[in-house]
Structure formats: C-alpha cells, structure tokens
Design a protein around this ligand. Structure first.
Ligand code: PLP
Length: 405
C-alpha cells in the first residue's frame, strides 16, 4: 500500500497549520479523516436523492430507502453477520453500548446481578453500566490488568459466578493499544453461559472483523473512527438477543401499530431505530467501509504494523521516553507516552504549534489512568494514510519540545 498515494484521497491532509507547518495528523483514535469518496457520496445524496426513508411512495423516498438498506447490507458483509436483521444503526459506539446496557439490563438483570468489564475500558463502557447500577442495583466486576497493560486472564475466569449475566469488554484499548484476546474471552464466557458485548471502536479500523467467527453476542463500532461520517455507528446483535430484549427508544419507525391501549413493535432491526435515521450518514459509512475493503486489511495491517514498530523504535530514541502498554506483538496502532516530567498538556500544546496533532489527557479512561498512577498521557494514533515521515516529524517535534524544558 502506498500511504502517500492514499493521502491524496484525504484533502484535509494537505492543510498547512498556522500558515507554516504541514499537518501531521496523529489523532486517529479520536477520529479519522474522511476520504473524498465518502464526502462526495454524501453530497451527491443531499443534492440528488434526499427524502425521508421507509414507507414513502414517491420516487426519491424509495431511492433513499434503497441506498439506506444497501448500506446496511454493506455493514453486514463487512462484519460477516448472518443477516441484516442483526445490524442496528445507532449514533456510534457509545449509543450502541448504552442500548445493550439499558435493554439487556432491563430484560435479564436484577439487583445483585453482575457485568464483567475491565480496567482498561473507555468511559462509555463503564458509565452505561453505572446508570443501570443506579436504576437496578446491578454490580460491576472488573478484570485487572498487568503492569504492561494486558488483561489478567486468570482473574477473569475467577470473576464468574451464578450472578454473572454479561461480559462487556473492549477489543482494543484506546490508550494502551492492547489487542485483547476476545476470542478466548468469548469462549470462556460462553462456557459459563454468559453473552459478550465487544466494544470494537478501536479495532474495526485496523483489523478484519468476523462476528460469526468470533461468536460474540453484540459488537459495537463508530463510523467516524473508520473514515466514515460522525453521528453514525452500528450495533450488531445476534438475532436471538435482539428479539428477546425490549426497544431502546420509542417513536416512529420502531412500531407496527400504535393505539393508546396497546402498541406493537416493528421487526428487527427497526425495533431499535426510533425516529428518522441518518440515512445520508449510512451511505457515507458504507462508502467508508468500501474504501477500507478496496485497500484490504492485509495491506492496512502490514502498513500499520510497520508504522507502529517504526514509531516505537524512533520514540525510544528520545531521552526520558516512557511508552505505556504491551510489547509490539500485542500492540495496535495507538501509542501513549510520557517524556520525563514534561506535562502531557504542555507536550501536546507545543507539538500543535509545530502542526502535529496528538491527543493529551485521560482519553476517557480515568480508571485506567488511576491504575497506571498517572493523570494522563500524550497519545499518537495512526491510520492507513500515515507515513514514516509523520513519525519522523513527531520525534523531531518531541525533541524540540524537550529542549525547551
Ligand atoms: N470505546 C472506545 C474504546 C473508544 O476509543 C471510544 C472513542 O474514543 C468509544 C468507545 C466511544 O466512541 P464514540 O464516541 O464514537 O461513541
């Protein structure tokens, strides 16, 4: 894969920051940039197709509906789900996780029942369950991590008991880059008769996902982290679970018949899609997935592995560098680091003055920060359009900042 050529698909990457520095965009774990193909498809839909989807008898509505449902099929294919009935469009990973916590919780959890999470979860996979805790008195059980940022799998097994109702865990840590052994986690949970939700926000952009091979019960991801638009995401759920949990929100689309006495709900997946869906964003998401597929995960993984290895090697040349997370083999394209005692906010702000975009802070993972005994980190995260030159610019930038202190 030629990352330099790929860069041409992303107009924003040509930007010059502070009228001086070419943009070095290394904040991809927060959100990725969008290729022309995505933006143009969405513009085209607004210009030539726009109409509300489903049940419209007129030409535009039918065309918009066809596009929207074709996008669902693209997502199904991307995840290798069995059926489009298992693909629910949401606003993103956060909404997908909240949906499961709320609806699965309502159907299957009562006071004292337990959900197993890990110490490296994003706030969206902690607070959603705490809301359920406040409503229904459930308990959160937490898998500890090792000092180098891997799950303690022995402790995981010991957390199961007759009150365990679900495991909800991130595939890839947005801070440490740890790739969790989700296949083993799912197998172990299933041996205990417990379903598993995988937070795929950080894995879908970097590795092929096959929900049938994984055998996960739910899988959540966000469009904007995989070169698609903001405001759209996906919840995959096995049909048997989606069928057996109540709807999340009420409104249009999700009903079959409504009366003041009794309302019946629509079939899957519409039962979970109350209100007008973002049918233009679904087109954008499908285009983004097509874009990724056209490059192919073999090429993407080879490129990103090379970049991550190169970045680790180059960063370690910097005096006072500390990198968090596991060794390279288990490390995805996210690197959290700290240089000497330079505050991460100072480092990030000064790198920005050189046109280098990294993220600083707790990365929506405060419990993990507490476990690591730190307030925050600087985080560089890579995408398919990043190059070794971007890494060189980062390392040079860090050196320049370090010299100021
Ligand atoms: N889970 C993980 C691991 C994440 O990294 C993020 C976002 O950074 C989320 C969940 C939430 O994603 P979103 O804000 O797109 O809903």
């Amino acid at each position: 894969m030629q990352a330099m050529q790929v860069k041409n698909d992303f107009p924003i990457l040509q930007k010059v920051i502070y009228e001086r520095y070419p943009l070095v965009y290394l904040d991809n774990a927060a959100t990725t940039q969008k290729p022309r193909q995505v933006v143009e498809a969405m513009t085209e839909e607004y210009y030539n197709v726009n109409a509300n989807v489903h049940r419209g008898v007129h030409f535009l509505s039918q065309q918009a509906t066809e596009l929207h449902e074709a996008s669902r099929e693209t997502v199904r294919h991307f995840l290798n789900a069995r059926s489009t009935t298992e693909i629910v469009f949401t606003r993103g990973t956060t909404e997908s996780i909240n949906l499961v916590a709320s609806c699965f919780g309502q159907a299957f959890m009562k006071e004292g029942d337990e959900v197993i999470l890990s110490e490296m979860e994003h706030h969206s996979n902690i607070v959603s369950w705490q809301l359920l805790q406040a409503r229904q008195g459930i308990r959160l059980r937490v898998i500890p991590i090792t000092d180098d940022g891997r799950l303690c799998m022995d402790d995981f097994e010991k957390l199961f008991n007759e009150r365990t109702k679900i495991v909800s865990i991130t595939h890839v840590s947005n801070v440490l880059g740890t790739v969790n052994p989700v296949k083993d986690i799912i197998r172990i949970a299933h041996e205990h008769g417990v379903p598993v939700l995988i937070d795929g926000a950080q894995s879908t952009p970097h590795m092929p996902i096959d929900v049938q091979a994984l055998d996960c019960d739910f899988f959540a991801f966000s469009g904007h982290k995989i070169y698609g638009p903001t405001g759209i995401g996906v919840l995959y759920g096995k049909e048997k679970w989606l069928d057996s949990i109540p709807p999340y929100m009420g409104g249009g689309e999700m009903i079959k018949n409504v009366s003041f006495e009794k309302t019946t709900f629509n079939e899957l997946p519409y039962k979970f899609e109350a209100g007008t869906p973002d049918y233009v964003a679904s087109t954008g998401l499908a285009k983004a997935l097509d874009y990724v597929s056209s490059i192919g995960f073999d090429a993407i993984q080879a490129h990103e592995k090379d970049l991550t290895a190169y970045a680790m090697q180059r960063l370690m040349e910097v005096e006072g560098m500390k990198i968090y997370g596991p060794h390279l083999e288990e490390h995805d394209a996210v690197i959290s680091f700290q240089v000497g005692n330079i505050h991460h906010l100072d480092m990030g702000t000064l790198l920005d003055r050189l046109g280098i975009a990294v993220r600083t802070g707790h990365h929506c993972a405060e419990p993990l920060m507490r476990r690591l005994g730190i307030e925050g980190t600087c985080r560089a995260s890579f995408a398919l359009y990043n190059t070794r030159q971007d890494i060189d610019a980062l390392v040079d930038g860090i050196r320049r900042v370090s010299q100021m202190f």
